[in-house]
Design a protein around this ligand. Structure first.
Ligand code: SF4
Length: 470
């Protein structure tokens, strides 16, 4: 490739509502009959957390028709809902109230259920199969009515109900190449002009733990490439995506028509691809730049008819502002829970729950350094102290409401006395001033007897403000 090309993505997160499903697709590693329903209070907590961490889309994922199972009926009742559709409406409202655009990935919906979502502000992700595959030993043998015709009927239902939707093509599960390419072409003729269609995703089968066809080989690169070309031809104006871990492996597919990474669930991981980590943006960026491909963020909805619905108007406008600021700044300040100091998912991190120690614009926490953090014998390494002084100031700047998102521009440290290992150290920081987009903070390390061991002053540059501040 000689010229630079661009590829888009949506900063997304999954919330698993339940894995209970009345289907039994052979390629699936998601479903489980005994899975509980996520309580509505837990949904609210997760939605608020995802919004705070800067996502613009939340995918609520569940098995198909979980309400067919008594334990789900009981849970719905306990949560105050008469039906699964009422519960889904409530989770969508919660997302929109947090400026997140809700996507439902809940299997195939019947016409009656679809009508219940007309004003929910959601879009639906529909996964299609290219062949019937219902003979003994085939991947849809134990699935009820999951075939190309029922998929198309579902598209018709979504269209009739006026619900925006995305299509996913599940391939490499036993269909022939001819069936696959024919179905893609037919589906393109069927709905590429539909203003409710948002984007298109290819999901090539890859064996995953828990699926019932673990020995089936994954689709070859050549077959994926041919399928991407067929999708590009069938859906000439739409975003065509592959799961991000495959884009990372095969960036050259951009030449075949790939132009999107789709929903990148860097905050939560993707429960439908449990065996594959979602690569970080920095990793993806570096890999794609090798091929002269630039990454940019987009919103989850792409057509005017989907964007202009009154239910989502404000959330769309707020998420647009956030995306514009991130694209302009060129920085993706994403909290994916891997921060070295406070990230709960970083196996090598310090796991200090700093956020809990913030009040207003002050931050105070205690940490006991072990010998792993020493420089000279018995003395804490100055670099570690610097890291924690910086962290405390950053949290003080962001404040309890996290309404300011800033990065360290510079900091100055005075080491006053050696800091002993094995003693509780208090880190205290406060915001002391602001000029334009620069915030000033001070922090110190204090022994239990009140003596100050080190002090820091820092300047923090504001970058973007997720969620709250408009
Ligand atoms: S793919 Fe979806 S519908 Fe099929 S078994 Fe898995 S969760 Fe159920």
């Amino acid at each position: 490739m000689n010229n630079s090309v661009s590829i888009s993505y949506v900063l997304s997160a999954y919330i698993e509502l339940t894995r209970t499903c009345h289907q039994s697709c052979g390629y699936c590693s998601f479903f489980s009959e005994e899975s509980p329903l996520l309580a509505i209070d837990e949904v609210k907590e997760k939605v608020a957390d995802i919004a705070r961490r800067g996502a613009t889309e939340v995918i609520f994922i569940a098995g198909e028709a979980p309400q067919d199972f008594p334990h789900i009926q009981i849970a719905l009742h306990q949560n105050g809902f008469a039906s699964f559709a009422d519960y889904l409406n409530a989770v969508c409202r919660e997302a929109i109230a947090n400026n997140l655009l809700p996507v439902l990935e809940v299997g195939y919906l019947d016409a009656f259920t679809m009508e219940r979502f007309i004003n929910a502000g959601c879009s639906v992700r529909l996964n299609l199969v290219c062949s019937t595959l219902s003979n003994p030993g085939q991947s849809l043998e134990k699935s009820r009515n999951r075939n190309p015709s029922t998929g198309k009927a579902c598209i018709e239902g979504l269209h009739a109900a006026g619900i925006p939707y995305s299509l996913g093509f599940v391939t490499g599960i036993g269909e022939s190449e001819e069936e696959r390419l024919k179905f893609i072409a037919e589906t393109g003729r069927f709905c590429t002009a539909d203003p409710l269609l948002q984007d298109v995703r290819l999901t090539p089968f890859q064996p995953s733990s828990g699926c019932s066809m673990p020995d089936r080989p994954p689709m070859s690169f050549a077959a994926i490439k041919k399928t991407i070309s067929a999708l590009r031809e069938a859906f000439p104006v739409h975003h065509i995506s592959l799961p991000p871990h495959l884009c990372y492996r095969f960036p050259e597919l951009v030449e075949a028509g790939l132009n999107d990474l789709g929903s990148v669930a860097v905050l939560t991981g993707d429960p439908t691809h449990r065996n594959f980590d979602v690569p970080s943006f920095e990793t993806l960026k570096a890999r794609l730049e090798e091929k002269n491909i630039m990454l940019y963020e987009r919103g989850t909805l792409s057509t005017p008819v989907a964007l202009n619905r009154p239910e989502v108007f404000e959330a769309v406008s707020n998420s647009r502002k956030l995306i514009e600021r991130r694209n302009l700044s060129g920085l993706n300040l994403i909290d994916n829970a891997h921060c070295f100091v406070c990230g709960p998912r970083n196996k090598s991190g310090l796991h200090i729950p700093v956020q809990k120690s913030v009040e207003g614009h002050t931050c105070t926490f205690t940490w006991v350094p072990g010998p792993a953090y020493q420089g000279y014998a018995g003395i804490v390494h100055g670099g570690i102290l610097s890291t924690l002084l910086d962290e405390a100031m950053a949290y003080a700047v962001m404040g309890a409401e996290k309404d300011i998102l800033a990065v360290t521009a510079d900091m100055h440290i005075r080491y006053l006395r050696p800091t002993p290992v094995g003693v509780p150290l208090k880190f205290a920081a406060t915001l002391v001033g602001q000029r334009k987009n620069l915030y000033f903070a001070r922090s110190s390390v204090i022994l239990p007897d009140g003596s100050v061991l080190a002090e820091a002053e820092g300047r923090f540059a504001e970058i973007a403000i997720p969620g709250g501040k408009k």
